[in-house]
Write a protein that binds this ligand. Structure first.
Ligand code: NAD
Ligand code: DAU
Length: 332
């Protein structure tokens, strides 16, 4: 049994991880979350209160971080500004949280000699051509495109430097696009599901040909636990579930599932600098740590996610109007 500190645990992937840990291990969890627009207390409803606590605070608050590191065995670091479109609008919070926040955690890990697992993204590697036979591996050079992905790349490099220079006990995972319950409606899949549920048409950026490599958030959680358990300090592991789909295919699946014509979507203004394709080779994680995803059927996982949004309108409705107003101002 370990005492885990989970930063960003009220966000999409962090809250899925907290549920996963409390259901599948005997660890206790403290969430440290600033409760930005992306944090949602309701994502943590129903947890066993005897093993779970929420601390509302900022990962750049060094005294707070210091006191929390002292009381925990390991730290899993999800907290971030996570949305590319927001980073194109206002990059500053991305620098504060993703760079200074990660630096603050690294200094506390160094001082208290605590294990830190850093959650990162495949976007640090830039993008691939549609017909490129190669996929991203742990050896692919960093080449981020957006303010968001460049701050995540910067945070990864800080972790690597603190391991090498100060002997901090850290690991890194870079995961592909997640889907599942509790994802903010600003993101692609929940935006399109909730549009259709409200009688609006899905919005595809550009031509809809961009490819993402989808993984269910619960599979991301099991991979992170595998790295916490068996990962080698200083190593990076890529997490992916062979889920490549272009955006048009995903929207067609959502429309068909909800009883609409497959072509009932709109093409809208493209994202500046829009990465074309991500694809992960997760051989290292699978062979060295024996991990495998449980959701190998994307259509079934997507259907369960659609059902979750249909059943949980009270969770997403409060954010929907403001999110759509932001997109409308960008012609998206
Ligand atoms: P999210 O935006 O849904 O959640 C982020 C959480 O961090 C929110 O609860 C927010 O309140 C909190 N937070 C933000 N700034 C904070 C601060 N300064 N101090 C404390 N808490 C703060 O993000 P997500 O999609 O769940 O992503 C979580 C992590 O996983 C991020 O590090 C992201 O880069 C990474 N990641 C995401 C994906 C994906 O598909 N969404 C894929 C790979 C990696
Ligand atoms: O690859 C991992 C990354 O995946 C994470 O690091 C990020 O935190 C996460 O937000 C996600 O980034 P993307 O930019 O790929 O995700 P997003 O959901 O914003 O968009 C997915 C794709 O869908 C992308 O090609 C842009 C497109 N899109 C998005 C929206 C919101 C649309 O076509 N229409 C939309 O309305």
């Amino acid at each position: 049994m370990a005492r885990l500190l989970v930063t960003g645990g009220a966000g999409f992937i962090g809250s899925n991880f907290v549920h996963h840990v409390l259901e599948n291990t005997d660890h206790s969890v403290t969430v440290l979350d600033k409760m930005t627009y992306a944090g949602n207390r309701a994502s943590l409803d129903g947890l066993d209160e005897s093993r779970f606590e929420l601390v509302v605070g900022d990962i750049t608050d060094a005294p707070l971080v210091d006191s929390l590191f002292e009381k925990h065995d390991s730290v899993v670091h999800y907290a971030a500004e996570s949305h590319n479109d927001n980073s194109l609008n206002d990059p500053r919070p991305f620098l504060d949280t993703n760079i200074i926040g990660t630096y603050t955690l690294l200094e506390a890990a160094r001082k208290h000699d605590r294990r830190l697992h850093h959650i990162s993204t495949d976007e640090v590697y830039g993008d691939l051509e549609l017909d490129d036979p190669e996929r991203f591996t742990e050896n692919t050079p960093y080449n981020p495109s957006s303010p968001y992905s460049s701050t995540k790349a910067g945070s990864d490099l800080l972790v690597r430097a603190w391991v090498r220079s100060f002997g901090v006990q850290a690991t890194i995972t870079n995961c592909s696009n997640n889907y599942g319950p509790y994802q903010h409606v600003e993101k692609f899949i929940p935006r399109q599901i909730t549009n259709v549920l409200r009688g609006e048409r899905p919005k595809l950026y550009g031509s809809g040909e961009n490819v993402r490599d989808w993984i269910h958030a619960d599979d991301h959680s099991s991979a992170v636990l595998a790295v916490l358990d068996k990962g080698v300090i200083g190593e990076t592991y890529l997490i992916g579930a062979d889920g490549e789909k272009n955006n048009k295919e995903v929207v067609e699946l959502i429309l068909t599932n909800l009883g609409q014509p497959a072509d009932a979507y709109d093409l809208v203004t493209d994202r500046p600098g829009h990465d074309l394709r991500y694809a992960i080779d997760s051989t290292k994680l699978r062979t060295e740590l024996g991990w495998a995803p449980r959701y190998s059927d994307f259509e079934a996982g997507l259907a369960a996610t659609i059902e979750w949004y249909r059943d949980n309108e009270a969770w997403w409705a409060p954010s929907k109007d403001a999110t759509e107003a932001f997109y409308a101002s960008k012609g998206q």
